[in-house]
Ligand binder design. Structure first.
Ligand code: ADP
Length: 489
């Protein structure tokens, strides 16, 4: 019964989790792209700064060789990323001290008319930037790690989950290694790649981040799951309440129908019983009237009284017969329709579940579940209800292990049969011929109208009811009704 709500909970949780995870990924992506753009801008600014420093050194030369040399020597103290500054006369580059690559780079710089990058040492994170000028050329040895302006850097200095590398051709210098600490398996990979905005140092800034399971918004997901569970729990509770209300209403309806039918039976029985004596009173009164006519004293009064008596008796008889006509169950045949016998039995068993539970009984319903009988659904359930109530009442004093209730549905030719067998004491042999008579009861407070009503209803629907004792003990009542379809053969 609760399975649909569990499925609903799972589906809702799944949809909500999906939306939440997508939103969380979008948030991560946004934040990541913003940080990556800042990183690219900061590194580009530094690269441009290096170009500017070289250009300034070249410009200072006409002011005096000493000024340029002094400025060059002071640079490492001012800019931490500048490790060394080299200066050599462009006309005589064969200075033994100089790294060989610088002379070649100076020639390239002369051709390109801007600074050029050379001698990348990826493991140390160093590279040289060379600008050919006259009379002297300059080269800066730059440490990439010191190039990072940590005060403006958008990532933590230690253990940042974001990896930042500078790539040039097939070389790669790691600026920030990026720690994957967000859970084991990868659920999302974020990446950004853009070339530094300085022609002399055309590094590609590659920023990446791997998001693992731990990066998922678990807190919000758990809240969603709990919220969905609460909603489904509420729906399930409402459903249980609704079912209980329906059951109570149905019980009430059954009770009302039972009462109405019992009243009908009562009136029918009364009418039947009273009609005969009234007819006799009428006949006797007529005879007395004739006798009085032959004997004088106060003949007129006697005649008048007896005539009155006759008139009253007739009226009483008429009233009773009118009453009987009025309570004859009208239109049972009009309400007949195909009814699934198995489903009708299940409905009534469900209504009586509290009773069967109380007796510790597990009703065994067996037989054809698709048989359809031609019946009035309400009358049919009423019959089954009465027969079951009788069976349960019969077993009230039976020891628990001997209690049993077996319901069997079967079809034969053009009829369907429902047999209700119980494990009670059975029907006393002397009671068997009178079971279906109105007001026959062996119970202390019994009205004795239940079986009579059942028979009337069954006959009205073209069926009948039989009762018998079982060889193994207990009674069996068999309801036979006209069959509509038998789908299985
Ligand atoms: P009530 O239940 O008011 O006595 P019913 O017409 O339903 O009226 O039943 C008439 C009688 O039939 C019962 O008093 C009882 O003696 C007998 N009877 C009905 N069902 C059973 C049964 N399952 N086992 C034994 N006796 C039964």
């Amino acid at each position: 019964m609760f399975l649909p709500f569990v499925v609903l909970w799972l589906s809702l949780s799944l949809v909500a989790s999906g939306i939440e995870v997508v939103a969380s990924h979008a948030r991560h992506e946004d934040a990541f792209q913003t940080d990556a753009r800042i990183i690219h801008r900061l590194l580009s600014q530094r690269a441009v700064q290096h170009e500017a420093i070289l250009a300034t050194l070249a410009l200072l030369q006409p002011g005096g060789q000493n000024a340029a040399e002094q400025a060059a020597q002071r640079l490492p103290a001012v800019y931490s990323q500048i490790l060394r500054v080299e200066r050599w006369m462009t006309a005589a580059p064969r200075d033994g001290r100089l790294p060989v690559a610088l002379a070649a780079a100076a020639a390239e710089s002369q051709r390109q008319r801007h600074a050029v990058l050379t001698a990348i040492d990826a493991s140390a994170g160093h590279y040289w930037l060379v600008l050919a000028a006259r009379p002297a050329s300059y080269a800066l040895e730059i440490d990439i790690h010191s190039m990072v302006p940590w005060d403006e850097w958008p990532l933590p200095r230690q253990d940042s989950p974001v990896r930042v590398v500078l790539q040039l051709d097939d070389q790669e210098i790691v600026v920030s290694p990026g720690v994957v600490h967000e859970g084991g398996a990868l659920v999302q990979r974020l990446s950004f790649s853009k070339t530094i905005a300085a022609d002399s140092q055309p590094f590609t800034v590659a920023v990446s981040r791997q998001l693992g399971w731990r990066s998922l918004p678990w807190g919000r997901l758990v809240l969603w799951w709990l919220g969905c569970a609460a909603l489904c729990g509420l729906l399930a509770w409402l459903q249980v309440q609704r079912r209980a209300r329906q059951r109570a209403e149905e019980m009430l309806r059954f009770g009302q129908i039972a009462r109405l039918n019992t009243l009908g039976e009562l009136a029918a029985g009364l009418a039947h019983e009273l009609n005969q004596p009234l007819a006799a009173v009428s006949a006797n009164a007529q005879a007395a009237s004739r006798l009085l006519n032959s004997e004088p004293p106060d003949l007129d009064t006697a005649r008048y009284a007896m005539t009155q008596a006759v008139g009253q008796a007739r009226r009483a008889a008429e009233v009773l017969s009118r009453l009987r006509r009025a309570i004859e169950r009208p239109g049972l045949a009009e309400r007949m329709e195909p009814v699934n016998l198995y489903a009708a039995v299940r409905n009534v068993l469900a209504l009586l579940q509290a009773e069967t539970d109380r007796l510790g009984l597990k009703p065994a319903l067996d037989g054809d579940a698709v048989l359809q009988v031609q019946a009035d659904p309400v009358a049919l359930e009423q019959i089954i209800h009465n027969l079951l109530i009788n069976a349960l009442q019969a077993m009230a004093d039976t020891p628990v292990p001997a209690r049993r209730l077996a319901l069997q549905i079967e079809a034969e030719d053009s009829v369907a049969r429902l047999t209700i067998a119980d494990g009670g004491p059975g029907i006393p042999p002397e009671a068997l011929p009178h079971l279906f008579e109105p007001f026959f009861s062996t119970k202390e407070n019994g009205l004795g109208l239940g079986l009579s009503l059942c028979e009337t209803l069954a006959t009205g629907m073209g069926g009948r009811i039989d009762a018998a004792n079982l060889a193994e003990g207990g009674a069996a009542f068999c309801l036979t009704l006209p069959l509509v379809i038998r789908e299985r053969n």
